[in-house]
Design a protein around this ligand. Structure first.
Ligand code: ATP
Ligand code: MG
Length: 355
């Protein structure tokens, strides 16, 4: 198995170092050969080559079976020409690999439940959600779009478009994710107002015929936003379009209260999947051995589960993370729930010990 590793900027290299160590130990333990190659992206790539996504990086990613990313960006490149900003590297590689599905689990580890700001009786019921967001269509890309002056007045417009093939393929990813989890899927739309949502719903129902073991429900997005904070335990997998998914995945992640803990996956049809923590490059703590590597380590578990079908290996990593939290180890970002303050390296080493 070939894996392209892109540490990126800020805390990226620190967290990725711990992640790769975990991957190597899992490889030894289960007898897999994970072959890693490093590639440049973001600010690191700009410094070395002048562009945020060099051709060699795209080539290295396409030749791999999966891609791991740390984080990109930072104040050093804030004043650079917008056309070659570090973030363009990330958007560019998502596009190059046609990654149309973004999977963002938001799970609250019981050891960190005091970090969650919901009512204790709600937290007690548990939070373990996955938002599957369509990433390459919808209102962010629909045509026509633009701004103009009409009758002396400025106006702007965008179009929410979904084609059947786009809805079908994201629905499939979501049903398959639900099969690997608790077999419940909630499709979120605005079918009471939007025509595009009525087509979305119709197609999701058609796709559901192929997944009789998954229970499908539908919810309007305004209600879903409310239900997520009212009682997140009612959800397993949520599937939705680009705009609604952008908002709901951020909402779902923030209720867990720990940005340094959350992984993500972006998947395409045939290209390698891309796995990364949801947090950014955290320039305020970069290079200080303070970053939480667990989001990256959990992203590697997702990679094993979704790109390599290695459920047992993924479970092993997730249990080791849980054990480490049970031992009371905390990086600064999750310190408010109490425990023993450790650095990025110590946290990584502890997970390895628990594997
Ligand atoms: P971006 O635009 O890249 O998303 P951002 O500033 O919006 O950057 P982050 O880089 O994620 O967001 O940082 C937000 C805050 O969370 C910062 O104070 C940062 O130090 C903290 N943070 C983010 N990730 C981690 C982590 N892995 N460990 C510890 N703290 C983190
Ligand atoms: Mg951000």
């Amino acid at each position: 198995m070939k894996i392209c590793v892109m540490p990126g900027d800020g805390i990226g290299p620190e967290i990725m170092e711990q992640g790769v160590k975990v991957l190597n130990v899992i490889g030894e333990k289960f007898g897999h050969k994970f072959e890693t190659t490093e590639a440049l992206i973001g600010g690191a790539a700009i410094d070395a080559t002048g562009v945020p996504l060099p051709d060699e990086t795209v080539k290295a990613c396409k030749e791999s079976d999966a891609v791991l990313l740390g984080a990109v960006g930072g104040p050093k490149w804030d004043t650079i020409d917008p056309a070659i900003r570090p973030e363009k590297g990330l958007l560019g590689i998502r596009k190059e690999l046609s990654l149309f599905a973004n999977l963002r689990p938001a799970a609250l580890f019981p050891q960190l439940k005091d970090a969650c700001f919901l009512r204790p009786d709600i937290v007690e019921k548990g939070i373990d959600i996955m938002v599957v967001r369509e990433l390459t269509g919808g209102i962010y890309f629909g045509e026509p779009r633009g701004t103009k002056v009409e009758n002396g007045e400025r106006m702007g417009y965008n179009t929410m478009v979904y084609y059947e093939h786009e809805v079908k393929r994201i629905a499939k990813v979501a049903f398959e994710a639900a099969q690997k989890r608790n077999k419940k899927l909630c499709s979120v739309d605005k079918a009471n107002v939007l025509d595009v949502s009525r087509v979305w719903r119709e197609i999701v129902i058609e796709v559901s015929k192929d997944y009789p073991d998954v229970e499908l429900t539908h919810m309007y997005v305004d209600n879903a936003a409310m239900q997520l904070v009212r009682d997140p335990s009612q959800f397993d997998v949520i599937v939705t379009g680009n705009l609604f998914g952008d908002i709901l995945s951020d909402e779902a992640s923030v209720i867990t209260g720990s940005i340094g803990m959350l992984p993500s996956a972006s998947l395409g049809a045939s290209n390698p999947g891309l796995y990364e923590p949801i947090h950014g490059s955290a320039p305020d703590i970069a290079g200080e051995n303070k970053a939480n590597p667990l989001a990256t380590i959990l992203s590697i578990a997702m990679m094993l589960r979704y790109s390599f079908n290695m459920a047992e290996e993924a479970d092993c990593i997730e249990s080791a993370v849980e054990k480490t939290l049970s031992e009371g180890l905390r990086t600064g970002d999750i310190m408010d729930v109490g425990g023993k303050l450790v650095g990025c390296t110590e946290m990584g080493e502890a997970v390895i010990k628990n594997l």
